[in-house]
Write a protein that binds this ligand. Sequence first.
Ligand code: ADP
Ligand code: MG
Length: 557
Amino acid sequence: MSLESRRPPPDPDLFARLKWILFFRLIIVSILFLSIIGFHLRESRAFLIPNLIILYFAIGFSYFFTLLSLLALFKIKRLKLLSYLQASWEVLFATALIYITGIWDSLFGFLYILAIIVASILLSGKGAFFSAVWCSIFYGLQIFGIKYGWIPAFFPPESELPTIDLIRSFFYYLCFFYATAAGAGYITEQLRKTSQELTEARIGLDRLEVLNEAIVHSIRSGLITFDAGGTIIFLNRASEEIFGKKARELIGKTLSDLFDPAGRDKLAEAREKETRMKLPYTNFQDQKFTLECFWQKLQNPAEQSLGELLVIADITELEKMEERLRVADRLAAVGKLAAGIAHEIRNPLAAISGSIELLKKKITPASSDAHLMGIVLSETERLDQLITDFLLYARPTPKTIERIKIDGLLKNLILILKTQVNNVELVLETEPEMIINSDPGLIEQIFWNLVNNALEAMPGGGKLVIQGGKEIRDSKSGIWLLFSDTGVGVPADCLYRIFDPFFTTKDYGTGLGLSTTWRIIEELKGEIQVSSQPGKGSSFRIWLPGEYIPGTKGGPG
Ligand code: ADP
Ligand code: MG
């Protein structure tokens, strides 16, 4: 099929009407044909009265013309012209039949009316009047033509009609034609207008529906509607994601199929108090969420209840961010205050250790005083280390930015550790070429803190696995590292406090390791997450940004 003929017709409506009219005409002509044969057989006249052979010709010709028109319909583009041609043909065909069957005695007068109706269907009022004019001309030509002998009569009338009767009859016919044209024209015009309005209204409604649906489905909050009996009748896409199931699986279910008793209690409370409620939620895929929910009554304009709408928002990320901000805030405040004090302590501390050092030179090394002074010195050293740690915590500003080969750095770290611990299995599983641009001092500090804590959590031995790789986050390249130990773990109620400065569970701990780590990672715009199972172990996952430069050499291979 060529492209040309596949193109839609210029006026699809007119095309359809033409098609139907042609089809309809084939049927009418067929019925006509059959009824004439029937009539002949019943009247038991000679089957082919010579005069009437022409009738069969007319029918045959009509068939031919109709088929030709059908062909033309699919080929030509000027459908209006084809319609006028059809309208004219109807009138001509009616005229021919009426003429053949003897005008006055003809049974086919109704064909004129049919012709006008067909024209009005095809071309509305204009077409109806066009046909009415044709009908008047042809009818007039016939009756007056035969009366005055311009044309031969096919069936000569039995008695000559007076002119006045002819004129009266012609006048009646004219009235009939134009009244039909006016009526049919009006009706088809009205029909067309109504159908056009209907189409427009339908298009408008369709658009509105599409828009509505788009809004409901694109909205970020989950929307769930319940009928008056509490059965779910609708869910949008966001709620599918939250529940972890498709809408079709959830429609027809009730609230108790979606929420556990605790969740349902919270929802009932939200409905009762007409407020928003936060609730923890675990979905069908075992994903954990923090949801914020509220209820909305659904009413029609007559204020009759149609059910209820439950709006749920996934605020999991928001909650986490709030928590992070809260911790960061607290750390910043404590840090500032304590950094000031630390400075003040350092000076007298230096004076104390200096003085002791001087005193120590004046006494014999073996005396008991010398031993006591040794204790003072080592304790002041410890205090000084604490303050150094603390100052790092308070001001972990990156000083030198270098290309750091993380896998090399970790390998070194493991080498050093292996000489110090023997009851802990140390495993390093990292991608090669993990290179970032950052401050090596700070990065080392992070690793030391995490590794130290892990080792301290496994006093009886265990396994420390360090894994890592490249990871792009928010289109920023960087690396991830996971420090997993098989140590004592952190009790759930302590987990949120381990990053607090001075929080420690150890007798000689400072509680500054993780808070410093947090501060450094924050300073480097990275992220840290912890998960822990008491008795089984803990893992700390960090992500650090730093433009990745492929092929950089550095560190031990
Ligand atoms: P410190 O090590 O001086 O106690 P940190 O800030 O490094 O201080 O750690 C705070 C607390 O977090 C520790 O006292 C310990 O209770 C807990 N902790 C940190 N890392 C681990 C770990 N890997 N396993 C178990 N507990 C840990
Ligand atoms: Mg520590």
